[in-house]
Each structure stands twice: as structure tokens, then as C-alpha cells.
Design a protein around this ligand. Structure first.
Ligand SMILES: [Ca+2]
Length: 150
């Protein structure tokens, strides 16, 4: 049974390829919450638009510059970050409507809602850099809640 060691290593290699990781690695910047159904009727008032938001958290121990990163929905609506330094462990909230950007909140500047309500749902995704590397996504569908925590 001379080939036995070869068979063993081949088996191990197949196992390594086929077996999924025990858990998905935490993304450096994680979509932690999307409040997709702002309270009350969708009147497109400033306060209603800004009650719709997505929150992104820096899960690392280092500050991350989000400039030119993109937050987008399933149908391709995009928000591109200006210069924004997200500090370690901190969260930035991207509100759908208009307002003055601050240290923990930025504004998409949209005149209409971005995140689709339940039951249709939507997918929020964040993408980095010129090659738009996918960092994280968060999806929702039918739900009795107005938000999702990812
Ligand atoms: Ca909505």
C-alpha cells in the first residue's frame, strides 16, 4: 500500500477545499443596522427621509478612511463617501435625506427613499476603493420590524 500517504494528502486537500470556514470573518467595516422603514407615512419630508438610515461600524483597532467608499442598494442607488475617518470601534450613520455631515452622521442627499421596505426587502452593500472591493452586505425581506441588525 505504498501510495497511502499520497491518498491521505489528496483527501486532506479535498477536505480543505470543500469544507466551508467555521464562521465568516468579521468585515473591517460592518453594516450593523439598516432602518429601512422610517416611522409614519413615506411623505418624503426631510425628517422622514432622515429617519431612514444605515449604520456602519469599524470593527478593527485602527482608524479607516472611507473616502470614495460606496454604499449602495440592490437597484444601484449609490452614496459615495467624502473624506471621513471612521475611528476604531466607532459607527457612522448614513441618513437618506439632506443635512450637514458631522463626526458620526453623514447625509446621502437623496430626495427619495433608498432602502426598500418589507416585504420586498433590499440589500445594502459597502464597497472600497477604485476596484470597488466588496466589504460587507446586509439583506432583508419579509419582516414585522422596520429595521434589521446585521
Ligand atoms: Ca424605506
Amino acid at each position: 500500500m505504498r501510495p497511502a500517504p499520497l491518498l491521505v494528502s489528496a483527501t486532506l486537500a479535498s477536505f480543505a477545499v470543500l469544507s466551508p470556514p467555521a464562521y465568516a470573518a468579521t468585515p473591517a467595516v460592518q453594516i450593523v443596522k439598516v432602518y429601512y422603514d422610517s416611522p409614519g407615512k413615506d411623505t418624503r419630508s426631510s425628517s422622514s427621509l432622515n429617519a431612514e438610515y444605515a449604520s456602519l461600524k469599524n470593527t478593527t483597532g485602527k482608524a479607516i478612511q472611507l473616502e470614495r467608499w460606496i454604499l449602495r442598494d440592490a437597484s444601484g442607488h449609490k452614496y459615495r463617501f467624502g473624506s471621513f475617518l471612521l475611528k476604531p470601534g466607532k459607527t457612522v450613520t448614513v441618513r437618506t435625506g439632506s443635512g450637514n455631515d458631522g463626526p458620526s452622521t453623514v447625509y446621502w442627499g437623496s430626495g427619495n427613499y433608498v432602502w426598500n421596505n418589507s416585504p420586498g426587502g433590499d440589500t445594502a452593500g459597502i464597497y472600497r476603493g477604485s476596484d470597488l472591493k466588496k466589504i460587507d452586505t446586509c439583506s432583508w425581506g419579509r419582516s414585522s420590524k422596520a429595521y434589521t441588525t446585521c
